[in-house]
Design a protein around this ligand. Structure first.
Ligand SMILES: Nc1nc2c(ncn2[C@@H]2O[C@H](COP(=O)(O)OP(=O)(O)O)[C@@H](O)[C@H]2O)c(=O)[nH]1
Ligand SMILES: [Mg+2]
Length: 305
């Protein structure tokens, strides 16, 4: 059976749908009266959801405001209001993946170790090559021995070339060779894997700046995208990581990974409410086919219907 994109998303979001949407629905459709008591219960429910307290309180402000203005008259109307409110928080600044006309588009992929950077690069490579784009990979995570090998394996599987040095090499030197090769081979996309050591923020920043500078030496508008990978299963930690990275690296987009099977996908509302960077891709598994371009209306449909 072929899974449609929405079917796969629906399957991935099943646990969140049951927990978040199901929880709200059962609270708001028990034939209860629409009163302050119900609003208190709703607030309690939202505060324990993965969107985080800041976003939960902001949603409650919107609900209370609409309640005062009598914008809905029963719990079902309140549920519809909630759905619209949450959906609207996902639709800000949505921009497609950068694409440099007639040149190389450079994508820098950053994030904490284990969030899914390398796997997401493989999935993005598959998505772009299946659309006829020529992709080159740069193994700039030289910090861990297995990292270069892992990306190399994905290059073979996805049928693209890779620029790599041995592990322990200077990431900027890899970036230099990769940028040169990308221009010479006229690729459409150069995707750069990086190390993720957030606990030494200064070092990480310096390294990413150095990689950026070296890339610009060959491709003067690079990087065109800086994508941060966030692991949805870490819940509110993902919000904290997005804030921390966004303070030190100018991010252009987010990849929310591991949405398959987690009950914590509600974290996306917190991420988009508290960090002004759009989710561009979502990861729904470990295989190269398991990445989708983010669509807020589809996501909301899969989450609530
Ligand atoms: N279930 C699931 N696992 C994922 C997803 N993305 C990555 N992983 C797994 O998460 C682990 C860490 O991924 P990796 O790409 O090595 O992370 P990195 O350290 O950031 O490069 C691996 O076991 C991946 O297979 C996803 O969307 N869904
Ligand atoms: Mg990696």
């Amino acid at each position: 059976m072929v899974f449609s994109a929405l079917g796969k998303l629906r399957a991935g979001l099943k646990k969140t749908r049951e927990k978040l949407a199901g929880g709200l629905k059962s609270l708001l459709s028990m034939g209860r009266k629409l009163d302050e008591d119900l609003l208190d219960d709703l607030e309690e429910k939202l505060l324990t959801a993965d969107m985080g307290p800041t976003t939960a309180m902001s949603v409650m402000d919107s609900v209370k405001d609409a309640y005062k203005k009598k914008e809905f008259e029963d719990p079902e109307g309140l549920y519809e209001h909630l759905k619209r409110d949450l959906a609207s928080r996902l639709q800000q600044n949505v921009t497609p993946l950068a694409s440099v006309e007639g040149g190389v588009t450079v994508i820098l992929v950053v994030g904490v170790n284990g969030t899914g950077k390398t796997t997401s690069i493989a999935k993005l490579t598959h998505l772009l090559t299946s659309e006829g784009k020529k992709v080159l990979l740069a193994a700039c995570d030289t910090f861990r021995a297995a990292a270069v090998e892992q990306l190399d394996l994905w290059a073979t599987r996805t049928g693209v070339e890779i620029v790599k040095h041995s592990s322990g090499a200077d990431p900027a030197a890899v970036a230099f060779d990769a940028a040169e090769a990308a221009v010479a081979r006229k690729v459409d996309y150069l995707i750069v894997d990086t190390a993720g050591r957030l606990h030494t923020k200064e070092n990480l920043m310096k390294e990413l700046e150095k990689i950026g500078k070296v890339l610009r030496g060959k491709i003067d508008t690079a990087p065109h995208e800086v994508l941060l990978v966030l692991d949805a299963t870490t819940g509110q930690n993902a919000i904290i990581q997005a804030q921390a990275f966004n303070e030190s690296v100018p991010l252009t987009g987010l990849i929310l990974s591991k949405l398959d099977g987690t009950a914590k996908a509600g974290v996306i509302f917190g991420i988009q409410n508290e960090v002004d960077v759009p989710v561009k891709f979502i990861g729904l598994g470990e295989k190269q086919e398991d990445l989708e371009r983010f669509s807020a209306p589809q996501f909301v449909e899969a989450m609530f219907e």
